[in-house]
Design a protein around this ligand. Structure first.
Ligand code: HEM
Length: 288
């Protein structure tokens, strides 16, 4: 009898193991329909929201649309103004005669801080967008650091610009007339245009650069610090890219106006003085 105990135990253990394995197998195979990608999508959605949908939209914008918009902005906008330069040509005013003090030293210093930091932001921003074309690596990482430092300098400069110029930049009724005639820039004739110390175009650039600059700083902070939910980060990236492209487009216009469209305009941002001959045409409502 004793001899039968051990084989009996082994037989019992083997049968019990088989029975358990069989029941487990049935449990596993009988657990609902076989899981599909859609089922996993649904389960994921319970935890993370509709991430695949937004993720896909965001990935497409990030991988194709944004870079195309930036490429369009840096090629088409300069081409349009090249055409303007060739067809209409620059405005030329005498820099002799009475000179009017227009930009004080503080305003000029703040302007150049904003100008240099913004130019670096544009260059390094484009480097980040098209980084893969230049091989990424150290160049891209350094570009990112310069982007960050320039953003801090630009944000402070933009705040000072708001303090210095916000009052002068409030739109006046005649600004709408200026917009209607596009500041007279589509004509070769030099007729006085309705504008005070700053024209409607300059005012629009000012508000875009300062208030837009603040929005860029906040959305950029989210992107850099990687704080917030995935949707906050995606929204920040979308705003940062679209607004960034608009700001670059208008910055190119500002460069064209300051360096090419009005001959010698750059002097006023260096010396602070503008010639009376220029003011009577381009800023006819300004009292000096
Ligand atoms: C390197 C780039 C830049 C150059 C060469 C430049 C040049 C100039 C010049 C020559 C003026 C005087 C225009 C005039 O009254 O006839 C001016 C004005 C001004 N700039 Fe810039 N600028 C540059 C970048 C910037 C940036 C980045 C900002 C944005 C914050 C800015 C904002 C302004 C504003 C608000 C004025 C006064 C209104 C106006 O003339 O548009 N500038 N700039």
């Amino acid at each position: 009898m004793k001899k039968l105990i051990l084989p009996g135990c082994i037989l019992f253990w083997a049968m019990a193991t088989l029975a358990i394995a069989q029941s487990q197998g049935q449990l596993l195979t009988n657990f609902g329909p076989s899981p599909s990608t859609a089922a996993f999508h649904e389960i994921n959605g319970l935890f993370t929201g509709d991430w695949q949908q937004y993720g896909q939209l965001f990935t497409e914008l990030q991988s194709k649309i944004f870079s195309q918009i930036f490429l369009l902005v840096v090629t088409v906008v300069p081409l349009i103004f090249l055409l303007h330069y060739l067809v209409i040509g620059p405005m030329i005013f005498s820099h002799e005669g009475r000179q009017i003090y227009y930009f004080n030293l503080f305003a000029r210093c703040i302007h150049w801080c904003a100008a240099i930091s913004f130019a670096l932001l544009v260059l390094t921003g484009l480097l980040i967008i098209f980084g893969s074309l230049v091989g990424g690596g150290v160049l891209l990482r350094s570009g990112r650091t310069v982007h960050l430092i320039s953003a801090a300098i630009f944000s402070v400069s933009a705040l000072f610009m708001l303090l210095i110029w916000a009052k002068d930049m409030i739109y006046a009724p005649y600004d709408f007339m200026w917009m209607l005639i596009m500041g007279g820039y589509l004509s070769k004739k030099k007729k006085p245009v309705p504008a005070g110390k700053f024209n409607a175009g300059q005012k629009s650039w000012f508000w875009l650069a300062t208030l837009g600059g603040m929005v860029m700083a906040v959305s950029g902070y989210f992107l850099y610090s990687f704080q917030g939910s995935p949707d906050t980060l995606r929204l920040s990236a979308i705003i940062h890219n679209f607004l960034g492209a608009a700001m670059i487009a208008v910055f190119i216009v500002h460069l064209y106006m300051s360096l090419f469209a009005i001959k010698g305009a750059i002097r006023s941002m260096i010396s602070g003085y503008k010639a009376e001959a220029e003011l009577t045409i381009l800023h006819s409502r300004f009292k000096f």
